[in-house]
Design a protein around this ligand. Structure first.
Ligand code: SF4
Length: 258
């Protein structure tokens, strides 16, 4: 799918946020060519009058200028309504230019699905406090195609975590979206724990993922859908999840259950 790039100019670049563990967010892109079908930011397409999520991206071309000589306290999260390392970044280098100009005293937390982040290790090393997280799940084959069609594979993400670690960068694993019956938790944790300083877990939020995703899930994975919709089955699932997470010998920063 070809992504339409819409070049824009922003007034501000750091926005205050209530996201757990973060004080500000930075989105040099709005929209995302990774086109995940469960993306909680999909609603923006309709809101901005675009067609399908994933086939457009707005690039704030003056973002590198806006971060210059600007310090914000606490933790800055990159990014909440886009992936800083989505495919168009290869061509635009917008994230790289932002990192180059950012105050290196800022505490920066990046969450991505792409090993393109490895390109910027030289810049990441200049920050006093920086961490890079990878969204990890065990989607492959049909699920990968349906849920995360355009992002690198699980294996590529693990390999990237390893390279970051070898370069002395702090890393974390964001295990999401956890969908009953569709995640191999043992595999994800055992592969990621060698290269991750800590873990977050997040169960799918069907309301956030939107009607279209619910329809896909109900049609293609009716058992998973039933568990999420049934209060008792869902509670059992959550309890089992918490029991298993406790069993792993890993540092856990949070489990978001929705
Ligand atoms: S990578 Fe993140 S921002 Fe991009 S589509 Fe997927 S969930 Fe949304």
């Amino acid at each position: 799918m070809k992504t339409e790039i819409v070049k824009t100019q922003a007034k501000e670049i750091y926005t205050k946020t209530k996201l757990p563990g973060s004080d500000y967010v930075i989105n040099q892109y709005v929209g995302c060519g990774h086109a995940c079908s469960y993306c909680y930011a999909r609603f923006i397409s309709r809101w901005k009058g675009y067609q399908d999520w994933g086939n457009w991206v707005e690039a704030k071309m003056n973002a590198p200028e806006l971060v210059k000589n600007k310090y914000v306290p606490g933790w800055v999260f990159m990014s909440s309504i886009s992936d800083a390392y989505q495919p168009v970044e290869k061509e635009l280098l917008l994230t790289r230019k932002v990192l180059k100009n950012m105050d290196k005293k800022i505490n920066l937390s990046i969450l991505t699905k792409s090993d393109l982040v490895l390109r910027d290790i030289d810049l990441l090393k200049k920050f006093k406090e920086v961490e890079v997280g990878f969204t990890l799940n065990s989607f492959e084959g049909k699920e990968k195609e349906l849920f995360e069609p355009n992002s690198p594979t699980f294996e590529q993400r693990i390999k990237a975590l390893k390279t970051l670690k070898e370069n002395g960068i702090k890393t974390y694993a964001f295990v999401a979206p956890i969908i009953p019956g569709l995640i191999n938790l043992d595999k994800v944790v055992s592969e990621a724990k060698k290269y991750s300083d800590y873990f977050w877990f997040e169960v799918i939020n069907l309301r956030g993922a939107g009607k279209e995703f619910s329809e896909i899930l109900e049609k293609e994975y009716p058992e998973s859908f039933k568990i999420i919709k049934d209060k008792k089955l869902f509670n059992d699932f959550i309890q089992e999840l918490q029991r298993r997470v406790k069993k792993y010998q890993i540092k856990v920063k949070g489990i978001e259950l929705h």
